[in-house]
Design a protein around this ligand. Structure first.
Ligand SMILES: NC(=O)c1ccc[n+]([C@@H]2O[C@H](COP(=O)([O-])OP(=O)(O)OC[C@H]3O[C@@H](n4cnc5c(N)ncnc54)[C@H](OP(=O)(O)O)[C@@H]3O)[C@@H](O)[C@H]2O)c1
Length: 297
């Protein structure tokens, strides 16, 4: 079975690709550069040259594959609206190519969002609709294709951490801490981040490919909610920096684009995902990764 993976050279996509190859799938990976194509080919993946800016190039590969796992995203947080509109265009192009095929279309989506007083569940829809909403409203658009002969599955990732050079959110927080000379948290630090080890996330994606019904929202979450104060304390301890509360008013200047996200309570349950997919995360916790120096550099 050949799976077209966009973002196959990325943080999550490279682990998903390894997981697929280890389980007998063949992978065609989107590559926008020679370097990404070479990295994919070195591990036995067929590189498909194309770009998010050329949706037709993705539609051709989607149609040729047995299933699609869409993980590419332009993480330019200063122009997040542009990235969202691109996401919607690309997702639309691939879904139109798959219409009536009954093939699986798995795609990365945003976290479920804040649900005050309780953890978000797989049954909570995203309030994002239309091209100008978060991630272009792509989750709701894609899930609607369950009625059009596609098996769409939303992959909602929390903070995906790991020891092999995570370029993501925790690395950014560590960078801010080093630059500011203090490991900060916002307010009383009670807002929580859900998290998962990168390889556990990859296994959830592979199990979703095999088992998730059309319209399912996967919560690839191992730790439901870690208080952000504890994350700041762990980074401060490891980086030998003082730990301090940053007021919500000062947070944008201190944390940059991360301020909004670090202050949001993103507690997320994965109970339905675990039962439906038979997924049991076993990898290191975020605190364990910080403690062994995964975010030192
Ligand atoms: N990491 C997390 O903690 C996290 C949490 C929640 C949601 N997510 C979502 O999960 C998905 C994967 O995240 P990630 O952390 O693996 O991201 P990443 O490491 O930044 O990887 C992004 C991938 O997208 C590709 N890409 C970016 N712009 C492209 C373009 N214009 N054309 C073609 N390919 C392009 C990159 O290719 P190159 O290798 O060539 O740069 C790379 O393979 C994203 O949708 C992300 O928003 C991630």
């Amino acid at each position: 079975m050949n799976i077209f993976v966009t973002g196959a050279s990325g943080w999550i996509g490279s682990a998903v690709t390894d997981e697929l190859l280890a389980n007998g799938y063949s992978v065609t990976g989107l590559a926008r550069s020679d370097a990404s194509a070479a990295a994919l080919e070195a591990k036995g993946v067929t590189a498909h040259r194309g770009s998010l800016d050329n949706p037709a190039s993705l539609a051709v590969a989607a149609e040729a594959a047995d299933a699609v796992i869409h993980l590419a995203f332009n993480h330019d947080f200063d122009h997040y609206d542009v990235a969202g509109r691109t996401e919607r265009t690309v997702v639309s192009a691939m879904l139109e190519a798959l219409e009536g095929s009954d093939k699986a279309f798995l795609f990365a989506s945003g976290a479920a969002g804040a649900t005050p007083g309780r953890a978000a569940t797989e049954d909570d829809p995203l309030p994002a609709h239309g091209p100008d909403s978060m991630r272009g409203g792509a989750e709701n658009l894609a899930l609607s294709y369950a009625d059009n002969g596609v098996r769409p599955v939303a992959l909602r990732f929390p903070i995906v951490h790991g020891r092999d050079g995570d370029p993501g959110f925790v690395a950014y927080l560590a960078q801010v801490a080093r630059k500011q000379g203090v490991s900060g948290y916002i307010g009383d630090g009670s807002s929580r981040w859900a998290s998962v080890d990168r390889r556990d996330a990859a296994r959830a994606v592979r199990l979703a490919l095999e088992k998730a019904p059309a319209g399912f929202r996967v919560h690839a979450v191992a730790e439901e909610g870690i208080p952000t104060r504890e994350i700041a304390e762990a980074l401060g301890k490891r980086l030998d920096l003082p730990v301090r509360s940053i007021s919500p008013d000062d947070a944008p200047a201190h944390f940059g684009w991360m301020a909004m996200m670090f202050g949001l309570d993103g507690a997320t349950s994965a109970e339905i995902t675990r039962k439906t997919l038979g997924w049991d995360p076993t990898g290191p916790t975020l605190m364990e990764d910080i403690a062994v120096g995964a975010y030192d550099a």
